[in-house]
Write a protein that binds this ligand. Structure first.
Ligand SMILES: NC(=O)c1ccc[n+]([C@@H]2O[C@H](COP(=O)([O-])OP(=O)(O)OC[C@H]3O[C@@H](n4cnc5c(N)ncnc54)[C@H](O)[C@@H]3O)[C@@H](O)[C@H]2O)c1
Length: 388
């Protein structure tokens, strides 16, 4: 098969690498640097398994900035460009996905467009009607950043929002590149597949928000959060995983996907979806107050990233906490090795870990790190398990 993958971020690149083991794949991105990296067999995103595959495997993968020539003769065009939440429109900005579909159906009318970007419920039906095409299907993506290729080699499930021959062919292509022996497949309606993605992420956000709210209670009344969570999690229906308190759920997807699901409810009564969105702001406010009460002059921020091993800090919860603390006139310094600048927004970035540790009255960190062992008494974290 000839497959074009548009958007070479976490989602696009991991799918491109997976598919390029057995198919001819061209990746397209507007970012020339990313295209150059892929053509040099290097991963532009930090992902150990992806880097290894790109360097060592015999992949039929090239990259280009030119959509037109890359899409010609393609059997499938996978779209994995961003769908950021537009706070003004209170909806995802799907313009990049729409523009690509509009071009592909003209350049290569026989190609089937598979949208991997997360989209609002009803998007596929709507775009098919507006562009008078039947060439679009949706396949939700469930990977985690940093484990993007791994999660596609060992997928929790492969879901395609159409019950058709072409849906089965595409699911087969994903499975062909995977390593997991018994993959679970699900073929659904388009809106059902769109809903599966948003409900999955909102459930995860709700779980994070629940353990965070448990932790807020424990912190307020001075009881041991870890002991409560351990006891609660021993119930196999609840389970001892994904239960470590944090500064709030963050990253690229959970904040925006929960808001999009809430927007999709529009006239449908709900409480939990709204609460899941609101709980995150409440948690950050609570923690910022707890830090401010300690009356530090300088607050050190150890890492802007959400988790150890991450290479980006899109929508990380700590950024909102910093803003709230700084608004009270407290000075902020940041230690973030993956940021090369000297100033992040208006905050000073300290490159030297020792100086950072010395200067800070309190060091706030979403996840504890051995770097902070010597200054343990200065550290403010809600990481009770010492894990991601
Ligand atoms: N990151 C995740 O963990 C994850 C997981 C599941 C689903 N998703 C969804 O997948 C989509 C992509 O997410 P991502 O994290 O891979 O994004 P990303 O920001 O890592 O990558 C997007 C890429 O698209 C490129 N791009 C933007 N506009 C383009 C255009 N018009 N033509 C060609 N390339 C263009 C960018 O240069 C960038 O390289 C989003 O809808 C996201 O919600 C992300």
């Amino acid at each position: 098969m000839k497959i074009t993958v548009v958007g070479l971020g976490y989602v696009g690149l991991s799918n491109a690498v997976l598919l390029a083991q057995h198919n001819e794949v061209i990746g397209v991105d507007t970012n020339q640097d990313r295209v150059d990296e892929v053509n040099a067999k290097r991963s532009p995103v930090v992902d150990a398994e992806m880097s290894k595959y790109m360097a060592e495997k015999d992949l039929n993968l090239s990259a280009s900035t030119d959509l037109k020539s890359s899409v010609a003769n393609a059997d499938f065009v996978v779209v994995a460009t961003p769908t950021n939440y537009d706070e003004k429109a209170t909806y995802f900005d799907t313009s990049s996905v729409e523009a690509i579909i509009a071009q592909v159906i003209v350049i290569e009318p026989n190609a089937c467009v598979v949208v991997k970007s997360t989209i609002p419920v009803g998007f596929v039906d709507d775009i098919k009607r507006r562009l008078k095409t039947d060439s679009v299907i949706f396949s939700p993506e469930f990977l985690r950043e940093g484990k993007a290729l791994h999660d596609n080699l060992y997928p929790s499930r492969i879901i395609i929002g159409e019950k058709s021959n072409r849906a089965e062919i595409f699911a087969g292509l994903l499975a062909q590149g995977a390593m997991k022996p018994d993959i679970k497949f699900l073929f659904t309606g388009a809106r059902e597949a769109e809903a599966i993605k948003l409900f999955s992420n909102t459930y995860l956000a709700m779980r994070v928000a629940f353990f965070n709210e448990l932790d807020s209670y424990a912190l307020s009344v001075d009881i041991n959060s870890r002991e409560i969570i351990e006891g609660v999690s021993l119930d196999p229906r609840i389970g001892d995983y994904y239960n470590n308190p944090s500064f709030g759920y963050g990253g690229y997807c959970l904040p925006k996907d929960t808001k999009q699901l809430l927007a999709n409810y529009a006239v449908v009564p709900q409480n939990i979806i709204r609460a899941t969105v609101d709980a995150n702001a409440t948690r950050k406010n609570f923690l910022a107050d707890a830090i401010i009460k300690k009356q530090p002059k300088i607050v050190g921020v150890y890492r802007l990233v959400m988790k150890a091993g991450s290479d980006n800090f899109r929508e990380s919860a700590i950024q909102d906490i910093i803003k709230m603390i700084n608004q009270k006139g407290i000075e902020i310094i940041i230690y973030e090795p993956s940021f090369s600048g000297k100033i992040f927004y208006s905050y000073r970035v300290e490159k030297d870990l020792n100086k950072f540790r010395e200067k800070s009255d309190i060091i706030i960190t979403n996840r504890f790190d051995p770097d902070l062992k010597d200054v343990n008494q200065k550290v403010f974290t809600r990481d009770v398990f010492g894990s991601n």
